[in-house]
Design a protein around this ligand. Sequence first.
Ligand code: SF4
Length: 209
Amino acid sequence: MYGEPAWEIKTPVDELISTILSQNTNDANRDKAFTALRARFPDWEDVLESPVSDVVTAIRPAGLGPQKGPRIRNILETIQKTRGRIEIDFLRGLPPDEARAWLRELPGVGPKTAAIVMLFALGLPAFPVDTHIYRVTGRLGLRPANLTVEAAHDAMADLFLPEQYDTAHLNLIRLGREVCHARKPECPRCPLRSMCPYYRRLKHTVRKP
Ligand code: SF4
């Protein structure tokens, strides 16, 4: 129903910073903040020469500036110290597990952020699981109910073929945003209702008068 969505390919560092900005906000505000940040700092190296308050100001549209600003600066500083420059394209040549481990060593980079950078900017196989995907796959019974979010990354990677990861990730998020809402899922118009145990349970719940 949703087809194969396209996405804007960024450099791996840009994708990493954009993903940090996306936490707890929507795509439009993330993009506004990222554009403002790049306008203020055309070279990432410039961030390290400036007060962190400049980063906080630039990323205000994304919210949580006082948390995200120092995190972004720490990440860029760590990359600079480790690699001698702010660039992580070398990760493309590493086995996926090593690339993931390297990214996870960066301050504040969790499994979802690492997987997004791998999948969408490095061309490495990884399945990012956000709050929508976690909820939808739980309702659909695509993963054990009590699996942690971190473990769900591996479960989803095992479930789909690597060439399906990007489409499955983007379309599960879209389903979660548009139909399988957290509070009131719109099951009657959901294209997956015939295979959904959550919907079956709802349908067979007999309410006594
Ligand atoms: S049928 Fe309902 S619970 Fe199941 S995936 Fe669709 S919207 Fe979500």
